[in-house]
Design a protein around this ligand. Structure first.
Ligand code: URA
Length: 192
């Protein structure tokens, strides 16, 4: 199942981003994970390596996940709204998001997670509501089909403004509580 979507994404020419991409990024982690993290689009490092969240934002994300005792290979699947890097890391356009989104929606069906975490404005606008505001909506549970969705700030926002880390930690504490409720009552985290 994943092989087919991987091939489709790697061969996709539905928008112009294929012309400048080095590698399309399908997604990484456990394809049976109960937590699906969604970012915006690949950056320079991701485009070079073909793996989601391996640049500076990814390193910070790894620290956040480690604090929650979530292992990227075991508890998490990570994908993006857009599979190919926009030049100069510009924001994806509405048209790019529209043509790429069906891939992500299929991936969500395939992974079938109980919890979705939306990282940043593009992720919440893309999956849930084009009029969403991450500053207003973060920290509040939403639903996508039958799944619990937690919007929070993108790690790149934390790199620009470290004061936001406090809010993101509050959001991830809610995610741990929900994970215990829905998936594993014994999930350990030394902080909560
Ligand atoms: N930022 C994202 O939104 N996604 C990545 O994969 C890397 C950085």
């Amino acid at each position: 199942m994943f092989d087919k979507i991987k091939e489709e994404i790697n061969n996709c020419q539905k928008c112009d981003l294929y012309k400048s991409r080095n590698k399309a990024i399908v997604g990484n982690g456990n394809p049976n994970a109960e937590i699906f993290l969604i970012g915006e689009a690949p950056g320079f490092e991701e485009d070079k390596k073909g793996i989601a969240f391996v640049g500076k934002s990814g390193q910070l994300l790894d620290k956040i996940l480690a604090a929650c005792n979530f292992d990227r290979e075991k508890h998490i699947y990570i994908g993006n709204i857009i599979k190919c890097r926009p030049p100069q890391n510009r924001k994806p356009t509405k048209e790019e998001m529209e043509v790429c989104l069906p891939f992500l929606k299929r991936q969500i069906e395939m992974v079938d997670p109980k919890i979705i975490v939306l990282l940043g404005s593009t992720a919440i606008k893309g999956l849930l509501d084009p009029y969403a505001k991450i500053t207003r909506d973060r920290g509040n549970w939403k639903m996508y089909e039958k799944r619990f969705v937690m919007p929070t700030f993108h790690p790149s926002a934390l790199l620009r403004n470290p004061a936001l880390k406090k809010d993101v930690w509050e959001d991830f504490k809610k995610i741990i509580v929900k994970y215990r409720e829905l998936v594993d009552a014994n999930h350990e985290c030394k902080y909560i």
